[in-house]
Ligand binder design. Structure first.
Ligand SMILES: Cc1ncc(COP(=O)(O)O)c(C=O)c1O
Length: 295
């Protein structure tokens, strides 16, 4: 791999180093819980127990970090498991979070029904409007959460503008990049601190796996999240990691086709007499398209 490798090369090769035992070009499914040690403290390749690390999961985690341009990728049993780990790593009772008014329902439930019970407060903002995000801040705000495009209304947030607000407020910017995928959008390059994924969607791509991910821009934060991943334990299993890694190899071609198909459906619906409004960020009249970008 080189710095010049394009997205599709990274999608196919990053993390996919030839298996040291056989030379297999695709990382094997290391369906194993524990690893033989070469004496006390002598870990072969750094592996000890598969909650802490597993070679198939490592391959996926390295691939995710490369695609998002981050320093550390971590793979989880689901998108919500990744979100839960992130929130418990970043927040303590008394902290405050700004969340989008159109976040995925499960994310909203996590804040409203789970995290809030542990003393973390949240305010809801229209993150497509930077002023609304600024107005929702308190002196205890530690995280600004953005989902763009949002599920299901496809709202668009100007990540760079909100990253400026987060930096000034001393808060971390988290971006749920599930719908765009790193093929279409790389939030860390726009100033986000952490990217969240439901790998269940376009990354897996075949409706045959549930998974989640975090990618941190900063190595220190990545280490902190990895500590919590191991401490809390909701990791992606080896087979699920392998399935996602396989799906990612075709991410670019699938996303191109999704975009072409969605544009045609949006156009068709836009001309339909029984359709009042079409929400598709590719349309000129979409509010996110009009406001893009603020600098
Ligand atoms: C944008 C978004 N984020 C997070 C999640 C949660 O992911 P999972 O279902 O893998 O737990 C979903 C699920 O639909 C989603 O659409």
């Amino acid at each position: 791999m080189t710095d010049q490798d394009g997205f599709e090369t990274l999608a196919i090769h990053a993390g996919n180093t030839a298996d040291p035992l056989t030379g297999a070009v695709v990382p094997p499914i290391y369906q194993v819980s524990t690893y033989k040690q070469d004496g006390v403290g002598g870990l072969r390749g750094g592996y000890e127990y598969s909650r802490s690390a597993n070679p198939t999961r490592t391959a996926l985690e390295e691939n995710l970090a490369a695609l998002e341009g981050g320093r550390r990728g971590l793979a989880f049993a689901s998108g919500l498991a990744a979100e839960d780990c992130l929130l418990r790593a970043l927040l303590v009772p008394g902290d405050h979070v700004v969340i989008p008014n159109d976040a995925y329902g499960g994310t909203f439930r996590l804040f409203a029904k789970v995290v809030q019970r542990w003393g973390v407060e949240y305010s809801v903002a229209d993150t497509s409007d930077a002023a609304s995000v600024g107005a929702a801040l308190t002196d205890r705000t530690k995280v600004i959460w953005v989902e763009t495009p949002s599920n299901p209304l496809l709202g668009i947030t100007d990540i760079a503008a909100v990253a400026d607000i987060a930096r000034t407020a001393g808060a971390k910017l988290v971006v749920d990049n599930t719908f765009a995928s790193p093929y279409l959008q790389q939030p860390l390059a726009l100033g986000a601190d952490v990217v969240v994924h439901s790998l269940t969607k376009y990354m897996g791509g075949h409706s045959d796996v549930v998974g989640g991910a975090l990618v941190a821009a900063d190595a220190g934060l990545g280490e902190e999240l990895a500590y919590h991943q191991n401490a809390m334990g909701a990791v992606a299993g080896p087979f699920d990691s392998w399935i996602v890694l396989r799906g990612i190899k075709t991410l670019a071609v699938r996303m191109d086709r999704h975009c072409e198909n969605a544009a045609r459906v949006a156009e068709m619906l836009g001309g339909h007499p029984k359709v009042a409004r079409v929400l598709y960020p590719g349309l000129e009249e979409h509010p996110g398209t009009r406001s893009r970008p603020s600098r």
